[in-house]
Design a protein around this ligand. Structure first.
Ligand SMILES: Cc1cc2nc3c(=O)[nH]c(=O)nc-3n(C[C@H](O)[C@H](O)[C@H](O)COP(=O)(O)OP(=O)(O)OC[C@H]3O[C@@H](n4cnc5c(N)ncnc54)[C@H](O)[C@@H]3O)c2cc1C
Length: 490
């Protein structure tokens, strides 16, 4: 492992954890250990970076959806890898559990304290915000885990590159959080998810050990790929402190079409045809008449098309030169009615058209606390799944409002159900069981977290879960890292 001092510290720093091999001092009562830990952490990150007042802790204790909340003893805000290492070593030595947190935009309840006991520590990575100079020859850059997606995108654009994973929470979501959740987003059909962009990570294990592999070599078959193991690990195996990512050439010219269609099957047919004719296709987003009505009323937007359609598909193409003609030519072969497409080619119209899709998440949250179920289906099953889902909810949960949208180009639907009590899991169980019956995955891109831990077995076999638990036990033998995430009752 090559190590780095990306975040102004490292294994050779004076802050190197002294208690690396100490076992949790579980002999004292937890309350006593937590009190002692506060002094430890103040000694490591300084008093201003240990938040123990209720008011200061509050934003770190509730998730973006407001469905998941808890209480922690304190929030620690380390400013370097060495400080993260010392914080984890101290927590491990005191036997106190840790919830890693980046931008707190996660949607499965894994970034906040799991209960009201006030005994865990939230470790916020937001101060790990350094962006190294871009390595232009390699099209790579190393960034701190607390760098926001928007900051990375801006830094890349300033040098003629793009970081192509994109999502609506870009101003708050951190690169570390996106690695930890293997975030997908809007451009997966062209560029893949975070996993495809990660070339290496620096991270701190539960006992404070730093592992660092930020060389960015494209060919590097030297044993287990620990960086990729941490992609999608949801803060259960290590705290990621820095990431080496690959960039792509900037594609400054964008063109967008919002299409009104008669059915989900027709939308899939359109995606197939556009894929074949448009190499620059980078987004194919699906939403429905009822979701659009909700967004329009929430965001006070006018209608996108002259008349309403049951289904809408937003497609985006991007290139190094103007790609408007490519898009228009590809649309011609679809034989759509004249008034069924709105086209955007300048920044303002493109942004306006995207609003109809991107503002779904906030519009849903404005009508209540949603059950958010992010799932993938084999693409050909999407129409049948949609039909069965609507009749399942109408029959068993008549009080429910369903808002369905998603990244249809990769079979990913966001199932949002508002109405049933947020603490009642019956609707989650019903929807996820239906997904499994279609051979789908119960988590497409948000992760398992707390929200879906009970149903991991719907998508992973017993032997897979046993192997995953063995990895967790090897890297975090005392189970202090995000203990409520991923495995139910772990
Ligand atoms: C409006 C909106 C739109 C969204 N759109 C999408 C989308 O299109 N695609 C998509 O995939 N997601 C989407 N999300 C979900 C969310 O933005 C992603 O899951 C994102 O990756 C979370 O990043 P974060 O920094 O906010 O992580 P957090 O919410 O802080 O944490 C998420 C998880 O990662 C862990 N974690 C965070 N940082 C670290 C670290 N440095 N080391 C180890 N573990 C860590 C946490 O413990 C937790 O388990 C959306 C969210 C919102 C609010």
């Amino acid at each position: 492992m090559n190590s780095s001092d990306h975040n102004h510290g490292g294994p050779t720093s004076p802050l190197r954890p002294a208690a690396r091999h100490a076992s949790p001092g579980a002999t004292l009562p937890l309350a006593v250990r937590v009190e002692a830990l506060e002094e430890d952490l103040v000694g490591i990150v300084g008093r201003p970076n240990v938040l123990s007042d209720a008011e200061l802790r509050a934003p770190y204790e509730v998730d973006w959806t407001r469905r998941f909340a808890g209480r922690c003893a304190m929030v620690a805000r380390p400013g370097s890898t060495a400080e993260v290492a010392a914080v984890l070593a101290a927590c491990c030595a005191r036997g106190v559990s840790v919830v890693p947190q980046g931008g707190n935009t996660g949607l499965v309840g894994a970034s906040v304290p799991p209960d009201d006991s006030g005994t865990c520590v939230v470790v916020s990575t937001r101060r790990l915000s350094k962006i190294d100079p871009i390595d232009k020859a390699a099209s790579q850059v190393t960034v701190g885990a607390g760098v926001t997606l928007a900051a990375l995108q801006n830094a890349a654009a300033a040098e003629g590159f793009a970081f192509p994973v994109d999502l609506a929470a870009r101003d708050s979501a951190t690169v570390g959080g996106m690695v930890a959740t293997n975030a997908g987003g809007l451009h997966v059909i062209r560029y893949g998810a975070m996993r495809q962009r990660v070339l290496g990570v620096e991270a701190v294990l539960a006992d404070g050990t730093v592992i660092s592999h930020l060389g960015g070599l494209l060919k590097d078959n030297t044993g287990y790929d620990l960086s990729q193991l941490l992609v999608g690990s949801e803060g259960t195996l290590a705290i990621i402190t820095a990431i080496r990512v690959s960039l792509v050439p900037e594609t400054p010219h964008r063109a967008v079409a919002l299409l009104g269609l008669e059915s989900t099957s027709r939308a899939l047919d359109v995606i197939d045809k556009l894929r074949a004719n448009l190499p620059g296709l980078q987004a194919a987003e699906l939403f429905f008449e009822d979701g659009l009505a909700l967004v329009r009323s929430h965001a006070r937007l006018g209608p996108p098309l002259a008349r309403a359609y049951p289904v809408y598909l937003l497609v985006e193409v991007a290139g190094r030169v103007d790609c408007t003609d490519d898009l228009l030519n590809a649309l011609t072969v679809l034989d759509l009615p004249e008034d069924a497409a709105a086209i955007g080619v300048d920044t303002s119209t493109v942004t306006k058209l995207w609003e109809y899709r991107e503002r779904h998440t906030e519009a849903v949250s404005a009508i209540g606390i949603p059950h958010k179920l992010d799932v993938t289906l084999p693409q050909s099953h999407l129409p049948r799944f949609e039909k069965d889902l609507r009749s399942l909810l109408a029959g068993r949960f008549p009080e429910a409002t369903l808002v369905l949208f998603g990244h249809a180009g990769d079979g990913n639907l966001h199932v949002n159900v508002v109405g049933p009590d947020p603490n009642d899991d019956a609707v989650d169980e019903a929807v996820l069981t239906l997904v499994a019956s279609f051979g789908g995955s119960i988590s497409a891109e948000h992760g398992i977290g707390r929200a879906k831990a009970r149903w991991l077995g719907l998508s992973r076999s017993a032997s897979e879960i046993t192997a995953m638990k063995a990895i967790k036990a090897a890297l975090d033998p005392y189970g202090i890292l995000n203990p409520a995430a991923l495995f139910a009752g772990a």
